[in-house]
Write a protein that binds this ligand. Structure first.
Ligand code: ZN
Length: 136
């Protein structure tokens, strides 16, 4: 069951495009306009070429589980355990990592290199959250 992470996301200048993309059900990742390198989470300057020019770019939302943990004790109200936290490497670029949760599968089913794809849920009127689900 999808849930709103606590505390909820607080968009900042560089991440506004990311959250606006979620509302459109698109995964939008920051990309350098000078060298083309993707980066996440959003930051002002490109770590590859030090350029300050960037744009939000829609990506496929497909990737593989690069790492994960299963949280077995509830830490925050509204987030009942067990739940998982995964680090997904997106297919667009080696090392392009994004944290998230896999929904729709039992914790025992999650494994390293498991293919996943992004999915979205409206969790409040203001926030559409991204999640991952098992991909074929
Ligand atoms: Zn760059």
């Amino acid at each position: 069951m999808p849930y709103l992470p606590m505390p909820p996301p607080l968009p900042y200048v560089e991440s506004e495009g990311f959250w606006e993309g979620c509302k459109r059900r698109e995964l939008v990742i920051q990309r350098c306009k000078d060298c083309g390198t993707y980066r996440h989470p959003p930051i002002p300057m490109c770590p590859a070429c030090q350029s300050w020019n960037w744009e939000g770019t829609k990506v496929s939302g497909r990737g593989r589980v690069e790492g994960f943990t299963i949280v077995t004790r509830a830490v925050f109200p509204g987030m009942p355990a067990p739940y998982n936290v995964v680090r997904v490497e997106l297919e667009e670029q080696d090392g392009l990592l994004i944290l998230g949760n896999v929904i729709g599968c039992h914790p025992d089913e999650i494994s390293i290199d498991m293919p996943v794809k992004v999915t979205f849920e409206d969790v409040t009127p203001e926030i559409t959250m991204y999640y991952f689900e098992k991909a074929a």
